[in-house]
Design a protein around this ligand. Structure first.
Ligand code: NAD
Length: 256
C-alpha cells in the first residue's frame, strides 16, 4: 500500500493517537534545527550550553544568552507551517490524544491546540525564569535588556541568574511533563514521530515506550533515525508536504 494511504488508514483506525515532534517540524517555519547543516550546532559548541556551566560561570551565561538571543529572533517571528496546521486539523477531527513536543517554539499552541493537548518536554522559549526564586518573566521584556547591553540578565527580586524556561543539557527534565509523556506514549495505539533525529534522551525513549505498550510506530523525518528499523512505517521527506497529504486522505476516509 502507498505509505501515505497506510499512515492515513492507521490514523482512521486509531483511538489514541500521540504525535511526537522535534525541531525538524519547525524548520519550514524558518527555525533552524540543531543537527542539520546550518543548524545551531554548526555555529555553536554544545559544551558551552551545558546547565552546570551556565550555573558555574558568568562567561558561559553570556555565551548562552548570545545563542539564545539569536534563536529567539527566529522563534518570535515564526508562524505554524503546513505540518503544524495538519496536526491541528487532526485534533479538530477528534483524532489526537496528545502532542508531545521537544520544541520550545510555541508553534503547536499558535496552530490552535488547547494548551492541555500539548506536552512541552523541553519547556518554552517564550518565557524566562529565575533559577533562584522561580520568578517568571515575559521573554520580550528580558530581550529588551539584552538589547540595551546587559549580557547575562539577573532577577529583579533576588539577583539570581535568569534563563529562558527551556531545558538545557544537564538540566533536570520537568517531572509532570515527563511522567505525562511516558503515560500517554505507553497508552497510545499509534505513535507518530515527526521531525526528530531521535538521538536526544530521554525523549527518544518515548517511541520505545509506545511500542512496548503495543502501539504502531510511524516515523516521518527527512533523514534516517536510529529507530527506523523498529518502526512499522517510515516516510523520509519534508513534514510540510507529507502531513497535509496524510490529512487529505484522512479527511477523505472520514467522508466516505
Ligand atoms: P534535531 O535537530 O536533532 O533533528 C531534527 C531532525 O529533523 C533531523 O533528523 C532532520 O532530518 C529532520 N528534519 C529537518 N527538517 C525537516 C523537515 N522539514 N521535515 C522533516 N524532517 C526534517 O532535533 P530534535 O530531534 O528535536 O532534538 C534536538 C533538540 O533541539 C530538542 O531538544 C529541541 O528542544 C531542540 N530544538 C528545538 C527547536 C524548536 O523549538 N524549533 C529548534 C532547535 C532545537
Amino acid at each position: 500500500m502507498d505509505p501515505i494511504d497506510q499512515a492515513a488508514e492507521w490514523i482512521l483506525q486509531s483511538q489514541r493517537l500521540v504525535v511526537f515532534t522535534g525541531a525538524g517540524l519547525s524548520t519550514e517555519s524558518g527555525i533552524p534545527d540543531f543537527r542539520s547543516p546550518g543548524g545551531v550546532w554548526s555555529r555553536y559548541n554544545p559544551a558551552d550550553f551545558d546547565f552546570q556551566n551556565f550555573l558555574a560561570s558568568e562567561t558561559s551565561r553570556e555565551k548562552y544568552w548570545q545563542m539564545a538571543t539569536e534563536m529567539y529572533a527566529s522563534i518570535r517571528e515564526a508562524r505554524p507551517n503546513a505540518a503544524h496546521l495538519a496536526i491541528y486539523e487532526l485534533d479538530r477531527l477528534g483524532k489526537l490524544d496528545a502532542v508531545i513536543t521537544q520544541n520550545i517554539d510555541g508553534l503547536h499552541e499558535k496552530a490552535g491546540h488547547d494548551a492541555d493537548k500539548i506536552i512541552e518536554l523541553h519547556g518554552t522559549a517564550l518565557h524566562v525564569s529565575c533559577l533562584n526564586c522561580g520568578k517568571r518573566y515575559n521573554r520580550d521584556e528580558i530581550q529588551k535588556r539584552i538589547k540595551q547591553g546587559i549580557k547575562a540578565p539577573a532577577c529583579d527580586e533576588c539577583r539570581g541568574p535568569l534563563k529562558p524556561s527551556t531545558i538545557s543539557f544537564g538540566q533536570a527534565m520537568p517531572e509532570r511533563e515527563t511522567q505525562e509523556a511516558y503515560r500517554r506514549s505507553a497508552q497510545s495505539d499509534l505513535f507518530l514521530v515527526i521531525g526528530s533525529s531521535l538521538v536526544v534522551q530521554p525523549a527518544a525513549s518515548l517511541p520505545l515506550a509506545a511500542k512496548r505498550g503495543g502501539a504502531r510506530l510511524v516515523i516521518i523525518n527527512r533523514d534516517p533515525t536510529p529507530y527506523d528499523d523498529l518502526a512499522d512505517l517510515v516516510l523520509h521527506g519534508q513534514a510540510g508536504r507529507i502531513l497535509p497529504a496524510i490529512l487529505g486522505r484522512v479527511e477523505e476516509g472520514i467522508k466516505s
